[in-house]
Ligand binder design. Sequence first.
Ligand code: AGP
Length: 617
Amino acid sequence: MCGIVGVVGAKSPINVIIDGLKKLEYRGYDSAGIAVINDKNFVIVKEEGKIIKLENKLKPWQKKLRNCEIAIGHTRWATHGKPSKENAHPHYSNKVCVVHNGIIENYDKLKINLQKDKSLKFLSETDTEVLPHLIEKHLIKTNDLKQALTQACAEIHGTFALAVIFKDHPDVIAVAKRGSPLVIGVGEKENYVASDFYALANYTNKIIILEDDEFALIKSSEIEIFNKNHHQIERPIKTMESQKVKIGKDGYDHFMLKEIFEQPRVLEETIQGYINLADSSIHLPNFIFDLNKIKKITIIACGTSYYAGLAGKYIIEEISGINVEVDIASEFRYRHYPFSDDNLMIFVSQSGETADTLASLKYAKQNNQKILSIVNVAHSSMAQLSDVVIRTLAGPEIGVASTKAYTAQITVLSILAIHLANLRQKISPKEQGVLLKDLANTGTKMTQMLDDNEIRNIKKIAYYLAKSKNLLYIGRSVSQITAFESALKFRELTYVNAQGISAGELKHGTIALIDKKMPVIVIAPHNSKNELFEKTMSNAQEVNARGGKIILVSSKKGLTSFNKNSKYKIEIPELNGIIQEALIPIIPMQLLAYYVALFKNHDVDQPRNLAKSVTVE
Ligand code: AGP
């Protein structure tokens, strides 16, 4: 999942590209590159690592290239070929230069064919490098840009968002899309292309969203869109909410820390967006199908969003009584799934662009399913393809490790659960009022987890865990999901092999890992009705018996009952119900991963090997 950006007709295209790439860095930061056409020659500058390194390398070129008016750029998340300058995009042939986001699945066969021409030299290990040679081959045959582009793309298996420039045609950028996101930006005297609107927000708020298997030739004063049969297509120009605002850290050291501290406000805004607490009423977007006819729900997502879906399962089943199945998108899209008419498909995604979740949505749509998406990015591909969209109102999430989007997703799934229960008279209006009040009170309890004392205690435990080679998290019911998500955060940020385990599952094998060096975080919220606290304590005893170092997460009552057996304690408030259990204990777990990563001098906002939006399979 890479980020691409291009501009034609701009006064200083290099600045536009660098600014755009910085906004796309969340999509991958293994290497970056730019290409301009200067006096009918390509000038290509690439660098391994972050955009800032490319920006510094370009400084001496700025003056020389000030008259150029066309440029394309790329920031990379390595799929084929290691992060290196050679594998950085753009890739080029004699007359064609390309930046690409996606995967060319049949690149090896295409390469063998192309290499029959012994004069061709391949300089990188990438799949992408076949593209400029393939397009040039068709350009020589057809001497027509459109034909060359569509014929080349017709030979490709896989996904792509492409931006192409031609040495002999310095006034046009050719673009093509299949599976990866791509938008065209409409300017005054110049036009743009990018992986998402955000990259162009400083230059235009007028965009055209291309669909799969659509192509365009973009000139400074003209945009021609066509399909694979070269039929001209009209696409609407959308005016986007201006996003000129520079998203800052508001005084926090990292976006991740800021986003952790934003969660009480995000919860409040999500509640204000969908609930009227005065009369305990819920106001969700209109459903174009009858929710009362829904007998089953299937939630599909990836990574942290998948865990939000799993927490949603527990909450929806407990409150509304509807059976919920949850699956990871990369598996679901290839399952022979028994679709049924009374099934509601829910797709959960922060970015709304994750390739596996998007492909699963398209699969469900092809099978006439009812599609609800819970996304954080309004104009994302998933939002456009869904019957109904419920936005998580978390605001832009910049930190690659997702935090506020997770709790916002669970909040939206909880509101949906209460709404479904009300529709089915599974709960009375009075009970709905109590559930909504408890949800509203969750914000205060979140804030409690962010006070200085809590942070001091978390830092102490983080200092201890920073030396650990392994870590286990255990919990039951929705706290098991908190254990899974906490372990994912810890892996993403600290590069330590942490695992989340269902506490009841421990004795069926994983307990073999436990010895005096193994820290085990036991997530055991204590509330009056929850008999699972005792069960979890028995599992904690099993850990204790093998010398494991227990870090207990519970309320005062819970901590007191297990006092002498825990090495460290993390106090959380007494919780009311399953929704608070899903939303509160995760906060100190996010902070723990953050501080251990900090103590290890890791790049907290852009951990190695990761990207914020995974737009390849
Ligand atoms: C979470 O911290 C990760 N960034 C990753 O697991 C993420 O949740 C996953 O890629 C899904 O992304 P999405 O919510 O944008 O679809």
